[in-house]
Design a protein around this ligand. Structure first.
Ligand code: ZN
Length: 186
């Protein structure tokens, strides 16, 4: 066999063996916090929780640093925060348990959501929807996480704490679920 033939057979076999082309890691802006999480090793991650947040403490309601200061006051943190321009800030490592869900309950009836989840905050307000570029960034991040972990649930904060929480606000959830290609009713 000539080398060209061997190469093409190899490439065909490789394309059969390869799974769907993996989603590349999104670009992160690292802004490590020193509060709102607990260090953990080898925890099982199978839940993604989507939130929304704004700065309610005076000044620009969409200012990332003011929002992070607000998290600090409440000693909470998500893993990721997505600003109005679609920048993805990484506040703590995925392996750590971030305090973002509070008292909440999964569809399977279990609590302890923080210990098995990744929390993502989208910067919006009570009367404004996430921008198109924020939704694009959220889709990219969630698709990346779906390939990385055996995720059972992608949920809204309001799904797991319906008596306390209404976020993510003004988000077209059905359209988002279609874009990430994941059902929530399982
Ligand atoms: Zn929330």
């Amino acid at each position: 066999m000539n080398s060209k033939l061997i190469l093409s057979v190899f490439l065909i076999l490789l394309s059969i063996a390869m799974p769907a082309f993996p989603t590349e890691e999104p670009e992160f802006i690292h802004k490590k916090v020193n509060f709102g999480y607990k260090t953990a090793e080898k925890r099982k991650i199978d839940v993604i929780v989507i939130h929304s947040v704004y700065n309610a403490s005076g000044g620009d309601i969409y200012d990332v640093d003011l929002i992070i200061k607000q998290f600090a006051r409440y000693k909470v943190s998500p893993h990721y925060l997505i600003d109005r321009e679609g920048n993805i800030y990484k506040l703590t490592e995925e392996k750590n348990i971030a305090y973002h869900a509070g008292v909440s309950c999964l569809p399977d009836g279990t609590s302890g959501v923080n210990s098995r989840s990744i929390g993502i905050e989208i910067v919006t307000s009570l009367d404004e929807a996430p921008s198109a570029i924020q939704i694009d960034a959220t889709v990219k991040l969630v698709k990346y996480l779906l390939e990385k972990y055996p995720v059972k649930y992608v949920l809204r904060h309001s799904d797991i704490a319906p008596d306390r929480k209404t976020d993510p606000w003004n988000m077209d959830w059905e359209a988002f679920i279609v874009r990430i290609g994941k059902k929530t009713d399982e």
